[in-house]
Design a protein around this ligand. Structure first.
Ligand code: BGP
Length: 457
């Protein structure tokens, strides 16, 4: 039996915009997702928009009972910025009551709330002014963060600032999956830089608040593996890790932006605009812990030519179709559990063995009802196998000294996912879109319950 450390955080993760519902009511102003759906609903899978989420606004009480029943001792979700502060300054009291009741309910059921501030959901009023492209966004985010610490700091002890900042940067400014869906590498870097400063400024506000508790950031860490040992391919790997991993991990943990990254950006005329106090701000506001999202590795090779100045990340590293890869055929992502061991050791050896937890890991499955049996239970053995294989690697990493304190699956109840709507299901509970979002347990939910009970498998 593989046993995990005592008091290990077992749980699941989700986000406000993907679960709450009531995205245009109860005092909430539109986020960029609400507005984009209004403008271009055809971009969204089966026209499923952000109003179509799993209605935790009303159903959180019964969901928390289910979490407690499963034995979960922690749960991560986020606050919706545009629900709490519809115009950026004035507090929506209905939202305060909702979040307080929600977080109190989690605490009362022994489920530690881990609360994230930004999960891709920029308020529309701020996006209209340029969003993360502008320095004004830093000030707006800091005000929002401070407000959250004041309003909920007595009942929330684990905070995170951002979920996967690299994703809103690349999806919004390089690859077209998030609004404003433009392609401009220089802007992408500036957006990334403002996100980093907004993060550090929120950490500073948290420290100044003298609140009891810890603060961290959630990063998608897909380690890169090069096609070969050849210098050219190794350079591609280094570039990919610099841009996608070290860009946030170094300043958040070490308080310094990587010199190699600065050189790379400078050589390619991609350096962002900065302010003189930023270096100090970054150096003084490192995090207490890291949340690490892992789904699949990144396979890279050298591009045909290393073009300077680079116009896209692909000029720094090209995707490589590794012949030995095992695929999640239901979603199209590679399955490679060993990467979780590799990142556990990377954090131990290169990032001062900072406390960290797996904040997202899971398997998305399209058209999952095909696996429903005659009793209407989804027989998701592939999910059990996926989580188990990843946990084996995680366990090995912990045994070898990595300071991991928890594992959160994505996700508890199937949820809406941006342009993908409900295309890929991830939950331990199925959500029935035809029947008022009713939940039903999948086979993997029973398995997870047993795992938690045994603190291992
Ligand atoms: C992560 C995000 C989640 C969720 C997940 C699954 O990057 O943090 O919000 O969307 O990916 O993604 P998908 O539903 O596209 O398979």
């Amino acid at each position: 039996m593989l046993k995990f450390p005592n008091d290990f955080f077992w749980g699941a993760a989700a986000s406000a915009p993907q679960t709450e519902g009531y995205s245009l009511s109860k005092g909430k102003s539109p986020s960029t997702w609400d507005q984009w759906f209004k403008l271009s609903p055809e971009k969204f899978y089966q026209n499923q928009g952000p109003t179509d989420t799993s209605n935790t606004y009303e159903l959180y009480g019964e969901d928390i009972q289910r979490m407690a029943e499963m034995g979960m001792n922690s749960y991560r979700t986020s606050i919706s910025w545009s629900r709490l502060l519809p115009d950026g300054r004035s507090v929506n009291t209905e939202a305060v009551s909702f979040y307080r009741a929600y977080f109190n309910n989690l605490n009362a059921n022994g489920v530690e709330p881990i609360i994230n501030l930004f999960h891709f959901d920029m308020p529309w009023w701020l996006m209209e002014k340029g969003g993360w492209e502008t320095r004004e966004s830093v000030e707006a985010f800091t005000f929002y963060a401070k407000t959250c610490f004041e309003l909920f700091g007595d009942i929330v002890k684990y905070w995170t600032t951002f979920n996967e900042p690299i994703v809103h940067i690349e999806c919004g400014y390089l690859y077209g999956f998030h609004y404003p869906a433009i392609q401009n590498f220089k802007k992408a870097v500036q957006v990334g830089y403002h996100t980093l400063i907004a993060h550090t400024s929120a950490v500073e506000a948290f420290r100044k608040s003298k609140r009891e508790g810890k603060i961290g950031i959630i990063l998608n860490i897909s380690p890169s593996y090069a096609r070969s040992e050849a210098e050219n391919d190794q350079k591609a790997k280094e570039n990919a890790d610099l841009l996608n991993i070290k860009s946030f991990l170094d300043p958040c943990v070490w308080g310094e932006i990587s010199q190699d990254l600065k050189i790379l950006l400078k050589e390619n005329n991609l350096l962002p605009k900065t302010q003189s106090n930023d270096i100090h701000l970054i150096s003084q506001n490192t995090v207490d812990f890291i949340g690490l999202n892992y789904y699949q590795p990144r396979r890279v090779k050298a591009p045909e030519e290393y073009n300077t100045p680079a116009k896209m990340p692909e000029d720094f590293y090209a995707p490589y179709d590794w012949p030995g890869k095992k695929m999640n055929v239901y979603r199209g992502w590679e399955i490679y559990p060993k990467a979780l061991y590799d990142v556990a050791i990377m954090i131990k050896e290169e990032y001062k063995n900072i406390p960290w937890f797996v904040s997202e890991n899971g398997i998305g499955v399209s058209n999952e009802d095909r696996f429903m049996d005659e009793n209407k239970v989804i027989q998701d053995d592939y999910r059990i196998e996926f989580i188990q294989d990843h946990l084996k690697e995680l366990h090995k990493g912990i045994k070898d000294g990595s300071n991991c304190f928890g594992y959160h699956a994505w996700t508890f109840v199937d949820c809406w996912s941006w342009l993908n709507g409900y295309r890929n299901r991830y939950g331990f509970y199925r959500v029935d879109l035809e029947n008022n979002y009713a939940r039903s347990l999948k086979k993997s939910g029973l398995w997870y319950k047993e795992l938690i009970k045994n603190n291992g498998f």
